[in-house]
Design a protein around this ligand. Structure first.
Ligand code: GLY
Length: 374
């Protein structure tokens, strides 16, 4: 069993990374949030599989369990979904000490976490992530929230979980595209903090893509270690937690330009980039900007592109799929990280080291956008 302890001034919790761990969820929950009742909020496609395992385990541990499903698209990461979930929890008379358990990917974790942060002014929360992206990023560190038509994640809170249980067996049924998207965040962790782990990915990528059980545990473990260390140093993103946004200011503009949060189109049908794909393009754009500004060796960009290509993530934009650079820059200014109208970027200096700057000019940013089009 691999574990990481996340220790903050007001909170302390364990992130457990083990194949099959969903079957002992109830026992673990007893230790951190003992109560008569518990609510599971589960991705609707997982109800009869992992939902069943989790329910059974909670029942065996003596909980009366209510289970509510939700659709896990970005469009459903909304205040409407939150309201529906409140209605269920109120109807089922969940109380202040009743834990809410998120079972699914990042969307489910973010929405269920927001519900847990606000229902009765906050109830115990547990994350059971079932995607790589949720295991290595979204479920660690307490950021929860929803999208609004104006942008992604603009409404939210910090609500730390009591426990995170990563059952790496769930990754075996993950669609390949989602596994690749999660790997984008793993590449990000290597670039911002660890040349050694970047190398690990270069070396072990084939084992990961083949879903080798040992490689998956090791992958999730080192990524959670990096993420946890950043969060422990800066829980509320006053400083270095911003490093986790490497590639994300570009990515959020790509997602805003290509997705249809308010139109009703589903991501698949609209051909929108998924988050990890947008992050992949964003990391390439940010690194190219740093290299062109003479602040980062060209070798970093070459290794980054080579690794992302091997994973099967996009490193150049399909012609016609992205807007004009000027429109994208305007979308970057909508990002919630903008301060005083200036775009803040995380740029690599070398593998394992990044800096935050708001000094990049519109011309430099436009050149980075244009370079993505080849
Ligand atoms: N995903 C970025 C953060 O947790 O800060």
């Amino acid at each position: 069993m691999a574990t990481v302890d996340l220790i903050l001034p007001q909170h302390r919790y364990v992130i457990e990374i083990t194949p099959g761990s969903l079957s002992w969820l109830g026992e673990r929950l007893r230790a951190v949030a003992a109560h008569q009742r518990a609510a599971i909020i589960v991705d609707e496609t997982l109800t009869d599989t992992y939902g069943k395992t989790a329910r059974l385990s909670l029942k065996e541990a003596g909980y009366a369990v209510t289970c509510t499903t939700m659709t896990s698209t970005e469009r459903h990461k909304s205040l409407d979904t939150v309201r529906t979930l409140y209605d269920h929890l109120l109807l089922d008379r969940l109380e202040r000490k009743s834990p809410v358990i998120a079972l699914g990917g990042g969307v489910v974790g973010d929405v269920a976490g927001f519900v847990a942060a606000t229902y009765l002014r906050g109830v115990p929360f547990v994350q059971c992530p079932t995607t790589l992206l949720a295991m290595v990023d979204a479920s660690v560190g307490g950021k929860v929230g929803v999208n609004v038509p104006q942008g992604k994640n603009l409404i939210g809170a910090f609500h730390q979980p009591r426990l995170v249980l990563c059952d790496t067996d769930t990754l075996k049924s993950l669609p390949g595209r989602e596994l690749r998207c999660g790997l984008a965040e793993c590449v990000k962790h290597g670039v911002i903090r660890s040349p050694r782990k970047f190398e690990w990915l270069e070396k072990h990528l084939d084992n990961v893509l083949a879903l080798d059980a040992k490689a998956l545990v090791e992958l999730v473990h080192w990524n959670v270690q990096i993420k946890a260390k950043v969060v422990m140093a800066d829980e509320k993103e006053a400083g270095e937690r911003a490093h986790l946004n490497f590639g994300h200011t570009f990515a959020h503009a790509i997602e805003a330009a290509t997705s249809h949060l308010s139109s009703g189109d589903e991501d698949e049908a609209s051909g929108a980039y998924h988050h990890g794909e947008a992050v992949s393009l964003g990391m390439v754009a940010a690194t190219r900007l740093a290299v062109d500004a003479g602040q980062c060796p060209g070798e970093v960009l070459e290794r980054l592109i080579a690794l992302l290509d091997r994973i099967g993530l996009p490193t150049a934009a399909t012609p016609g799929r992205l807007h004009e650079a000027a429109a994208l820059i305007e979308l970057m200014r909508m990002d919630k990280k903008v301060a005083g109208g200036r775009i803040r970027l995380v740029l690599p200096r070398e593998l394992g080291k990044v800096t935050v700057t708001d000094e990049a000019t519109d011309a430099q940013i436009a050149a980075a956008w244009k370079s993505l089009a080849g």
